[in-house]
Design a binder for this molecule. Sequence first.
Ligand code: SF4
Length: 245
Amino acid sequence: MTSTAFSDQNGVYLMGMTDAQDLRNYITARFTEGELQFAYELFLKNAQDLGKAEHIPPLQALWKILDAAYKKKMPPLTCGEGCAHCCYTGVMITKMEWDGMINAARKNGLDLMELVERSEKSLHRVKKAVESGIDPEKIDWYQMVINQRCPFLDDNESCTIHDDRPLDCRNMVAFRDACASKKLEHAQRGGLIEEAVAPAVIAKLQYDATPKMKRRKFDGTAPLRLIQHWLLDWKKKKSTRKKKK
Ligand code: SF4
């Protein structure tokens, strides 16, 4: 994956698909360690406080804070309903994000088995890779599902769990023009310090939600998996439960 850095009055941005290492390099060049630490602590505290005040899970509070930061600090986004080019690529998410998506899907009355059936092709590719025994670190997960629609995208090209969509989806934004193709001509990353620290905040929330006896094995945001991979796991657990009955 290659990325292009360019700049304007809003700062320097990474455009289009970005390699995780490119993004990390960019973030550490743009913000000082002190700025990142301060932003992390503030973001975490605000998410925890808002979660308590509104009786919502801290992850939902985090999404609200992130949405507000985009509105306040970035030019108006040109992303809109029915514009879904960025939903045809790989989205890597944590367990906590997946749980939030599943809860939203249930709340919205989605039939997850229907999503499984609609995504047969991409799920099959992911299943083959998972069962291949190849080190997951060596697999190009993004490439595997490129041009495949996200299981949560509906027929009108709208996200069915939009309020609870994961970080990867929120951080890919356009504000110069709407993307015209799956090349994501105008999609950008790296605009906000909140984006830079959000994975660390999610890792901490996930740590806090992990039972004490299991924390010894805790590994930050790991496992980070494709949406399709979590959906496969869900299907597997469902059929195991069925067999036991
Ligand atoms: S979760 Fe929603 S926003 Fe994210 S890729 Fe899927 S359909 Fe698009």
